[in-house]
Design a binder for this molecule. Structure first.
Ligand SMILES: [Zn+2]
Length: 460
C-alpha cells in the first residue's frame, strides 16, 4: 500500500548560518539528482512524487519533504496527478528519495531531521496544514515579471518596470546572500566574507562578485563589494546584508519605492510608493534628508557619483525652497522629539506634527509615506501620553495604512500599528498625564474633512 513518508526539519531555518547550510544542501541535491529525475522550477526543485516532494531554493519556509513510498501496488503521482504506468521504476524512485533525507542529515545533523513513515508517525513534527501553508510560500508568482534587469546609461545595471505598477505593490522580497556585522575587524573581514561567499551556490557567488565595487583602494575585492552594497538590516542595525537584486537598484533623491528590512520574514522588501509606469527605472534612496549640496557631497563621498536626479537638478530658486523645507522639517522634528515639550506643550507639538506632515508631502512627492508614518507615530504618542485615546486611535489607523503601503501586512511594524489601533491604551506612555483624557469612542462624527483635520491636530 502506498504511504506518505518523508522528513521534517525542526527547528526550521533561522540564522544566516542556516542559510549557508541550506545552500550547501541544495548543491548536494543538484549533484545527486539531475533532470529528468527532477524538474527545476523557478522557486523549487520538484521530485515528481507529490506536491510536497519539493525542495525550495530559498529554504526559509521549508518544514517538510514528503513523498509516497510503496511496497507494491505503487500509486505515486506527478504534480499534475497523472499516474505513471511503470510501477517498478516508481518503486525504485520513491526509495531513492530517502537520499534527500540523507543529504539533509549530512547538512543539518541527524538531530534536526525527523524521518517518518505514514501520516500518523509520532516522529512527525508538523501538521499537514502547516506543511501545506509552508509549501504555498515557495512560490512567488508574478513578482519576478514586474521588472527586468537592464544596463542603464552612466548607472551600470538597474531595474526597469516591465508593467505598470500600482502604488503599494510589493515589488520584491529578497533574502540576503549573507549578512555580516559591522563589529568584525577590518583585518579579518576579507577572509570572513570569502568564507561566507564560498558557502553560496555557484549562481549566488557569481551574483555577489558581479555587484558594483566602488573601491580601487584601500579595500580588497570582497570587502570592497560588501562595503559598496550592504544595506543595514533595520534602522541603525549593526548587521549589513547584500542582495542579488536589490543591490542593483540605483539611487534617486525622490525614489519611487521604499525598502525595508522585514524581521518576520527575514527579507528586505521593496514597495512602490507611487504609481510606476512601465518602462520607468525602479529607484531607492541612499541619501539623507540633508539640503542639496551636502546631500550630493555625501552621495559623492559614499557612492562615487554626482546625483543628477530631478530634485538635485532643480533651478536654484527651487533648490532654495526645497532646502528651506528640509531645514524646517529637521527643526520641527527636534521639537517634537523633546520629551519636556511633549509633557508641557503638547498642543504645540501636535500642531508641529501637522506642519511636518504637510511639508513632507510637499518636499517628498511620491515618496513621503515612510517619513509620514514616523510623524503619525509621533502624533499618536503625544495624544496617548495625555490620555486622548480618540485621536490616538485615528493616528494609529493612519500609521497602519502607511505601514501596509510601505511594508506590507507581514511586517512587524504593521502588526504593531494594528495593535495600537485596536488597543491604544496598551502603549507604554498611556497614563503619563490625564490632560486630554478622552475615550476611544469620542471621535467626532459628521465633520467635513477640513473640520475633522482641525479637530484631529488641535489646530487653532
Ligand atoms: Zn538627487
Amino acid at each position: 500500500m502506498p504511504a506518505p513518508a518523508g522528513f521534517d526539519l525542526s527547528p526550521p531555518l533561522s540564522s544566516p548560518e542556516d542559510q549557508a547550510l541550506w545552500a550547501n544542501f541544495i548543491l548536494k541535491l543538484q549533484s545527486l539528482y539531475k533532470p529528468p529525475l527532477i524538474e527545476l522550477r523557478e522557486d523549487y526543485i520538484s521530485f515528481y512524487a507529490g506536491k510536497f516532494a519539493r525542495i525550495p531554493f530559498d529554504g526559509q519556509n521549508f518544514l517538510c519533504f514528503s513523498f509516497t513510498i510503496t511496497n507494491s501496488n505503487i500509486n505515486t503521482c506527478n504534480d499534475d496527478g497523472n499516474d505513471n504506468d511503470d510501477n517498478s521504476d516508481k518503486q525504485k524512485y520513491s526509495h531513492e528519495l530517502w537520499r534527500v533525507a540523507e543529504a539533509a542529515e549530512e547538512s543539518f545533523g541527524k538531530e534536526r531531521i525527523h524521518r517518518w513513515i505514514d501520516a500518523a508517525d509520532k516522529q512527525r513534527v508538523y501538521s499537514w496544514r502547516e506543511v501545506k501553508e509552508s509549501v504555498k510560500k515557495y512560490k512567488k508568482p508574478g513578482l519576478r515579471q514586474i521588472f527586468s534587469i537592464q544596463t542603464i546609461p552612466n548607472k551600470g545595471r538597474g531595474l526597469i518596470a516591465t508593467v505598470d505598477i500600482p502604488i503599494g505593490t510589493r515589488i520584491l522580497a529578497e533574502s540576503p546572500l549573507f549578512t555580516q556585522t559591522s563589529f568584525t575587524l577590518l583585518e579579518t573581514l576579507e577572509e570572513t566574507l570569502k568564507a561566507k561567499v564560498s558557502h553560496l551556490t555557484p549562481l549566488q557567488q557569481s551574483q555577489f562578485l558581479a555587484l558594483h565595487n566602488k573601491y580601487t583602494a584601500p579595500y580588497p575585492l570582497y570587502t570592497g563589494i560588501f562595503r559598496t552594497n550592504a544595506l543595514p538590516c533595520g534602522v541603525d542595525s549593526p548587521v549589513g546584508a547584500v542582495y542579488p537584486t536589490i543591490c542593483l537598484m540605483n539611487h534617486d533623491c525622490l525614489p519611487n519605492t521604499t525598502h525595508f528590512w522585514n524581521e518576520n520574514i527575514q527579507q528586505e522588501t521593496i514597495h512602490a510608493t507611487r504609481f510606476i509606469p512601465a518602462g520607468s527605472e525602479l529607484t531607492i534612496s541612499y541619501a539623507t534628508s540633508d539640503p542639496r549640496d551636502s546631500r550630493r557631497q555625501k552621495l559623492q563621498n559614499s557612492f562615487n557619483f554626482l546625483c543628477t536626479c530631478s530634485l538635485c537638478s532643480l533651478l536654484p530658486s527651487e533648490i532654495f525652497k526645497s532646502d528651506t523645507r528640509r531645514g524646517k522639517i529637521t527643526n520641527l522634528d527636534s521639537q517634537i522629539g523633546n520629551g519636556d515639550r511633549v509633557m508641557n506643550n503638547p498642543t504645540d507639538c501636535l500642531q508641529a506634527c501637522h506642519t511636518v506632515s504637510e511639508l513632507l508631502k510637499e518636499e517628498y512627492p511620491g515618496c513621503y509615506q515612510p517619513l509620514l508614518a514616523r510623524t503619525y507615530y509621533d502624533a499618536f504618542q503625544i495624544c496617548i501620553t495625555h490620555g486622548d485615546q480618540a485621536r490616538a486611535t485615528v493616528f494609529a489607523g493612519r500609521l497602519y495604512d502607511m505601514r501596509i503601503l510601505c511594508e506590507g501586512e507581514d511586517s512587524p511594524e504593521t502588526e504593531k500599528a494594528q495593535r495600537l489601533r485596536e488597543n491604544p491604551e496598551g502603549h507604554r506612555n498611556f497614563g503619563a498625564s490625564r490632560r486630554w483624557k478622552k475615550g476611544k469612542g469620542m471621535v467626532p462624527k459628521g465633520l467635513d474633512e477640513k473640520e475633522f483635520e482641525k479637530w484631529l491636530w488641535k489646530l487653532a
